[in-house]
Write a protein that binds this ligand. Sequence first.
Ligand SMILES: [Zn+2]
Length: 274
Amino acid sequence: MSDRTLVVDCHCHAGRGDGLTGPWDTSAPLDAYLRRARAAGIDATVLFAPFCSDYAAANRVIGELVARHPDRFLGFAFVHPGRDRGRVAAMVEEAVRDLGLCGIKAHRHDGRLTREVCAAARRWRLPVLYDVMGDVAPVELFAAEYPDVPFVIPHLGSFADDWAAQRAFLDVLARHRNVYTDTSGVRRFDLLVEAVRRAGPHKVLFGSDGPWLHPGLELAKVRALGLDEDAAARVLGGNLLKLLCRVRKSPSDAVVPEGGEPPRPADPWHPVPP
Ligand SMILES: [Zn+2]
């Protein structure tokens, strides 16, 4: 593996929540994460909020971090499919235009992914990182309904090691060209091996779920896959950066014509079978 391979962690939380249930809705401090990531050779990190009661405000915190350290951080906008209903488009527009964020994060714990969230992603060509919490079957539906939106389903579909859900997800990952996964928190190593083998190295993104999981430990799992240089470069950062290349920055560029079918993304690595 080349020393110059760009390593980008696609999944790390930052900021504060007010749930006080556990670290996931209370605090995501970056000090130890950044020290560990530096030691592990991680070049850049995608940040988004922890669970909290006001994602619009939390996204502004992420925007400030990205603005202060544009070479180190990228940011995704967290949206709540239920509580933010009716204002997702405005939140995402602010996130892209004013905060410089380049993706959407949503979580099944908050609510099922909605058409409103998918439409906002389509409008700005953003990837959606959506934790399905083992609820894998709907991926089939939104991936087919929004073929131009890339969906990154972290943890092979289950942070909780739900083996049956992860197995079911592998099939969806292999069949849908716009479905991706990240490596964060996956314990059953052979499922990661299978994900790369069946879906291809272009469908798997390195992520740590920092700061709560150790980014060096999570990166070691990816290195242990023993991928060739090209495949490793994709998983470690290339796949994410390719998704972000599509993101629209200007509002005039962001309108999908009414009733018009958006073009399918060009993906030379995963051609549609005849
Ligand atoms: Zn997470």
